[in-house]
Design a binder for this molecule. Structure first.
Ligand code: G4P
Length: 514
């Protein structure tokens, strides 16, 4: 189990996440030609319309999983580490998706563009890491480009995440004057071998640092806290590596750091309990469901993070939402270019389980059906819109689509207690664009979105009598979510605080456990 590293890559659009992913897979021997991830990405994109949005805007809106292995020399001989890399959507409108992905990993790599630094609109995306308090390794990409000052960049990172930064390497010159990367631990400089297009470094153990950079590097080495494994794993410190994904520079140092420092599978909360990876029983939870990955098959894949035990193909597991066991006959492992049937899986692994709607985000799967993993919330939407059908006879299809897509977490849906105006809620505008495209492409439903009178929503809880009393007075502001749970639709934040004050016997919750 200690040889699993399950991590997410998180970055703002264009920082180089795709390029870095490709190089990580390449170094792990998972793919042989750079460019394959992209090529595959494009093949995937043409499959459906909503992927077109991704293409047009040059952003990645789906999270996916990739597994690769690499051998390392350690004190006790050769060791093979299995890396499970989870991609996250590179846009803050999908922070909720990123948040859920972070529940399924043990650490994160944050990629920052050295040329641009952290732009205000991307802070929200990175701040999700702080909410989840996963340990973060920072990779400052594109040092081969003319960029920002490294000291400034590190200040931004420290400030945004409210933690210490500890550079482990430093670029010797940047942009046109880039001469290589100094590794603080060994004192060696990796230098570009020739100036060919895809150069790998040559390590120069006795390198002298050119005078013009000596002072800066001295400052960099002396000016920051030393790396401290415990502080990193507690989420109080981030080690920082510099590199260029495009030129394949600093990537092997990054992979080494993940292998050496990133935590192995951690225990997962199940109410008051923490379930350790060493538990015999096979347990896991669904953190993502993706429908119609292949529209010709109408498939629906639930992604399960294994928390404990050794899973074997064909094993019977009970999903908490279903209450009776299902046999998992065709679990899928995701490799760089392929999907394969998974014969076994260990704690930390991610397997895809094809199903027809039995598995839902937040479900626990286990052999004994005695525990429930917690911590996968829905967030109160910040944008609410009415869905209006162009063809009113398609109500049934629309309902199915809204249920499916809310299940996937693309949107949330609210069915008002009075009237037939269904309402969708999202955290970011882009989610609405995805909704409209997918309704058309996958469900053949044409719809438009109109303004709704509501600004936000709160899940309601309380004793039956209290709920009834409230309902009698506020029926026009009540709706049911996909699960039939009662939701208060508020016209403004003020409306929320007013009702909270007036109804102390009820709770108005901004999140809901899935
Ligand atoms: P993303 O997934 O985070 O959105 O970023 P992606 O890898 O697609 O990279 C965005 C752009 O930045 C690409 O250029 C890519 O080639 C470039 N890039 C990535 N890493 C580096 C680096 O280390 N140095 C430099 N100089 N550039 C880098 P593009 O022109 O938008 O795409 P393409 O035409 O190269 O495919």
């Amino acid at each position: 189990m200690s040889n699993r590293r399950t991590f997410a890559i998180i970055s703002h659009p264009d920082a180089g996440k795709t390029t870095l992913t490709e190089k990580l897979l390449l170094q792990g021997g998972a793919i042989h030609l750079a460019g394959e991830v992209k090529a595959r990405g494009q093949a995937r994109r043409v499959r459906s319309d909503w992927m077109k949005i991704e293409q047009q805007r040059g952003i990645s809106v789906t999270s996916s999983v990739m597994t690769f292995e690499k051998e390392f020399e350690t004190d006790s001989g050769r060791e093979t580490i299995t890396f499970n890399l989870l991609d996250t959507p590179g846009h803050e409108d999908f922070s909720e998706d990123t948040y859920r992905t972070l529940t399924a990993v043990d650490s994160a790599i944050m990629v920052i563009d050295a040329a641009k630094g952290i732009e205000p609109q991307t802070r929200k995306l990175f701040e999700v890491c702080r909410l989840r308090s996963v340990p973060i390794i920072t990779f400052v990409n594109k040092v081969d480009r003319e960029g920002r000052e490294c000291f400034e960049l590190l200040d931004e990172v420290a400030d945004m995440l409210a933690l210490d930064v500890s550079p482990q390497s430093w670029p010797v010159g940047m942009g046109g004057r880039f001469e290589g990367i100094l590794d603080f631990a060994s004192g060696a400089i990796s230098r570009p071998e020739g100036r060919s297009k895809e150069y790998l470094g040559t390590r120069d153990e006795n390198a002298a640092i050119p005078d013009e950079f000596a002072e800066e590097i001295e400052l960099a080495q002396a000016g920051y806290p030393e790396f401290d494994l415990e502080a990193y794993r507690n989420g109080d410190l981030t080690p920082v590596y510099f590199g260029s994904a495009l030129k394949n520079f600093g990537v092997s140092e990054l992979i080494d750091a993940i292998a050496r420092f990133a935590p192995p599978p951690r225990p997962q909360p199940a109410g008051e309990e923490q379930i350790p990876p060493t538990r015999d029983e096979v347990t896991g939870f669904i953190f993502k469901v993706q429908a119609n990955m292949d529209p010709s098959h109408r498939d629906r894949i639930a992604f399960m993070r294994m928390v404990s035990g050794t899973f074997k193909r064909g094993m019977k597991l009970t999903p908490s939402g279903l209450g009776k066991p299902i046999a998992v006959h065709s679990p899928i492992l995701f490799f760089a270019q392929d999907r394969e049937l998974a014969d076994t899986a260990e704690a930390g692994d991610i397997i895809g389980i094809p199903n027809h709607g039995t598995l839902r985000v937040g479900d626990t799967l286990s052999q004994k059906n005695q525990l429930r993993f917690t911590g996968l919330p829905n967030f109160a939407p910040e944008i609410l819109r009415r869905v209006v059908l162009k063809d009113p006879t398609k109500t049934k299809q629309l309902r199915k689509a809204l249920d499916d897509l809310s299940e996937e977490g693309v949107i949330q849906v609210f069915y008002p207690e009075i009237g037939a105006q269904w309402i969708v809620g999202v955290v970011g505008q882009l989610q609405l664009d995805v909704l409209i495209s997918r309704l058309e492409a996958e469900y053949k439903v044409e719809a438009v979105l109109e303004a709704s009178p509501f600004a936000t929503a709160r899940w309601l809880k309380g004793a039956d009598t209290a709920l009834k009393g409230f309902s009698d007075f506020n029926r026009a502001n009540l709706a049911r979510d996909r699960d039939g749970d009662l939701v208060f639709m508020a016209k403004s934040p003020w409306d929320v605080s007013y009702q909270v004050e007036k109804n102390p016997e009820l709770t108005f919750s901004a999140t809901k456990e899935r």
